[in-house]
Design a protein around this ligand. Sequence first.
Ligand code: BTN
Length: 246
Amino acid sequence: MPHGVGAHFYSTLDSTNAFAKEKAEHGERGPIWIVAGEQSAGRGRSGRNWTSLPGNLYCSLLFAPGIAPNDIAPLPFIVALAVRDTFVALGASPEAVQCKWPNDVLLNARKTSGILIESSASGNNIEYLVVGIGMNLMHHPKDAIFPATNFNEVFGNVPDTRTVMVILADKVKKRLDAWTLGHFEPIRTEWLSCAWGIGEKRKIRTSGEEFIGTLIGLNGEGAVNVSLDDGTEKTIYVADIFPSAS
Ligand code: BTN
């Protein structure tokens, strides 16, 4: 693990995010990675389950960066870029690894990693952050709402989860150390340069509607800007994005 960063490995947990939050509620502030060989109640975005069989990587970083809730917008993009760095370090070609809004990482246009960030704030201070990352190394769900894959399916070998964890911890630390508060621009530019679907038509599903639009960029809060066929623009804060023909 990087200098100053702890790690606890468990064979089974309900959810590494839930466990890290429990530790935080008891005063732990990390930085510490919680890693599980499998999860019995893995959490995905929007209250979905994250299927968590042995062989994939399930981990959560608990830390207290001492920032305000308003500063947090770049974090999902920073973490997605660190996951992308990890796949590239494992041998994936940079062109094959894309980031998909809001914080998925794709291999050959299929979801291979998901990120779930949870936080607790008191007034204008983030008390702690839990950055949960799942990386599909050996399995992927066949019934996911967005087509998924796993590292083994794409490359024909299963990387050792501890090796991947060590690489990921290093990439996340490097990206977090390089993060200057208030400077979203370099992160946004890099994320956009490897993002799936930017400049292209996609299907956008929010809690209330589904429509086709062209993804045109990210605003300063990390929301995605979309242009519609009638020439109007929308800013989307919470949604799932799919190929336009799906
Ligand atoms: C998504 O829906 O794409 C986010 C999935 C996040 C899954 C990871 S696995 C490790 C950590 N613990 C959890 O319960 N969820 C995250």
